[in-house]
Design a protein around this ligand. Structure first.
Ligand SMILES: [Zn+2]
Ligand SMILES: [Zn+2]
Length: 282
């Protein structure tokens, strides 16, 4: 397989067209608006249950009464104000660049992301820990699992389109927990280190900080997830992930869910059964 660079950063590559970029901005706002509309209208749907012989004219009046329009206006205004505030905040947020390099230097990449779009996540989950051990067990250059003091993984989370692989794409392999189970986890087959974790239907990707230059510390965070699964009692002064912020990131970047250097069709290495070496597919 040839080394190729896939760049889908907004404003560059395939997503260059202004139309496409505008869609990417408008869609999440539309989704948020429709969501609030649904929440607002759901109690009103009760009307349908009590009318035996279909809707009469008076029912339609009930459906769109002045009060409802008033509520709708308030919700739409608040939503609009919140989204505008977020958009302005993001536009003023600095863009940070960090270089990705595996320990042996064959896989190289670049991450350019806005501070507002980034999240440094310390994940204490058992899955990440077991996976890290399984990849390290494959052997390589001075391999030890990328587990930190409390058994956690340090990941930097971005939109998929922020990640570019400049060299060594052919050394990036796919690992999954079991057939059709768990995240799409990518590791290198040159020196056997975990690189990044993602899923195929969302637009976020978590890149292992261990393979990034020190610029990654400028990104937002760190925050914790699954600290109840830490190897020893969790007592660090690190805040938990801000869930609404995380959720907003997921919605905002949905249009980029197919972006980035990720091949979901590769034959995976299944790490679920402790990473049996014989199962590694080249
Ligand atoms: Zn390597
Ligand atoms: Zn995890």
């Amino acid at each position: 397989m040839q080394t190729k660079t896939i760049t889908l950063v907004p404003g560059r590559g395939r997503l260059r067209s202004r139309w496409r970029r505008q869609i990417c901005t408008i869609l999440p706002i539309l989704f948020a608006f429709l969501f609030f509309l649904l929440v607002l209208l759901s109690p009103i749907q009760g009307i349908w249950d009590i009318s035996d012989d279909g809707l009469r004219d008076s029912d339609w009046e009930l459906l769109v009464s002045f009060d409802d329009l008033g509520h709708l206006f308030v919700v739409a205004s608040v939503t609009g104000a919140a989204l505008t505030f977020r958009a302005v905040k993001r536009s003023k947020s600095p863009t940070i660049e960090t270089k990705l390099c595996c320990p042996c230097g064959k896989v190289k990449g670049t991450i350019r992301a806005k501070y507002e779009d980034s999240e440094r996540i310390h994940c204490y989950c058992t899955d990440c820990r077991t996976y890290n051990k399984a990849i390290a067990a494959l052997g390589g250059k001075g391999n030890k699992p990328l587990n930190h003091e409390y058994g956690e993984s340090h990941l930097c989370q971005f939109c998929k389109s922020d990640v570019t692989i400049d060299e060594g794409l052919e050394h990036i392999k796919l690992a999954r927990k079991a057939p059709n189970e768990g995240m799409y986890r990518y590791y290198t087959d040159c020196c056997h280190v975990p690189l990044m974790n993602t899923v195929d239907f969302l637009a976020f990707v978590g890149v292992y900080e261990d393979n990034l230059d020190k610029n990654h510390k400028k990104f937002h965070g760190p925050v914790t997830v699954f600290e109840q699964e830490a190897e020893k009692p969790f007592d660090l002064p690190i805040p938990q992930i801000n869930f609404p912020r995380f959720l907003w990131g997921l919605v905002r970047y949905m249009p980029w869910r197919h972006a980035g250097p990720f091949d979901y069709g590769k034959e995976p290495f299944y790490w679920g059964d402790n990473g049996d070496e014989s199962k590694e597919k080249e």
